[in-house]
Design a protein around this ligand. Structure first.
Ligand code: ADP
Ligand code: MG
Length: 159
């Protein structure tokens, strides 16, 4: 696991924007952390990095929203789902293993159906209002390499 500290929403947004250029179709990013942690801020940065102009908001009620960019972005918020099966019934695999990039808010709630190869990101609030601890866990060989490319030059606390 790698840890990055951000000091503002802009820093979290920028960190996500920097991830976009190394993404390819079928890439999967799971975001977890409490309400207000910054999952949507992260998704917004990712969207801009993918060249998406449309405003990105948490798809809390629709569960999934699709955006057209350099790659399609499938943005999920599974907060309101009762189970992983419900997400499967929505045809999640078609998105997860499809032509775009998937980013799932509250991914830890449906972990059992997530792709084995994925990037897991947990965002934690710290005492200071605008500080966030961003824990990055790569799953699979490709993500191990990609994470180094992504976080090259970032100030990070490795553990
Ligand atoms: P979530 O999607 O996890 O529920 P949001 O991204 O919608 O959370 O909201 C995060 C809130 O926290 C925003 O109001 C944002 O401005 C604020 N915030 C403060 N500091 C940070 C930071 N370092 N990173 C991300 N968001 C931050
Ligand atoms: Mg959100």
């Amino acid at each position: 696991m790698l840890t990055v500290i951000t000091h503002s929403p802009e820093e979290t947004w920028e960190l996500a924007r920097k991830l976009a250029p190394i993404l390819t179709k079928g890439d999967f990013i799971s975001l977890s952390g409490d309400l207000g942690a910054g999952k949507t801020v992260f998704a917004k940065g990712l969207a801009v990095g993918l060249g998406i102009d449309a405003p990105v908001t948490s798809p809390t009620f629709t569960i999934i929203k699709e955006y057209e960019g350099k790659l399609p972005l499938f943005h999920f918020d599974v907060y309101r789902l009762a189970s992983a099966e419900e997400l499967e019934e929505l045809g999640a695999d078609e998105y997860f293993y499809g032509e775009g990039v998937s980013v799932v808010e509250w991914g830890d709630r449906v972990e059992e159906i997530l792709p084995k190869e994925r990037l897991s990101i947990r965002i934690l609030r710290l005492v200071d209002e605008d500080l966030r601890r961003i824990e990055v866990t790569p799953h699979g060989e490709r993500w191990n390499k990609q994470v180094d490319k992504w976080l090259d030059g970032e100030e990070r606390v490795d553990s």
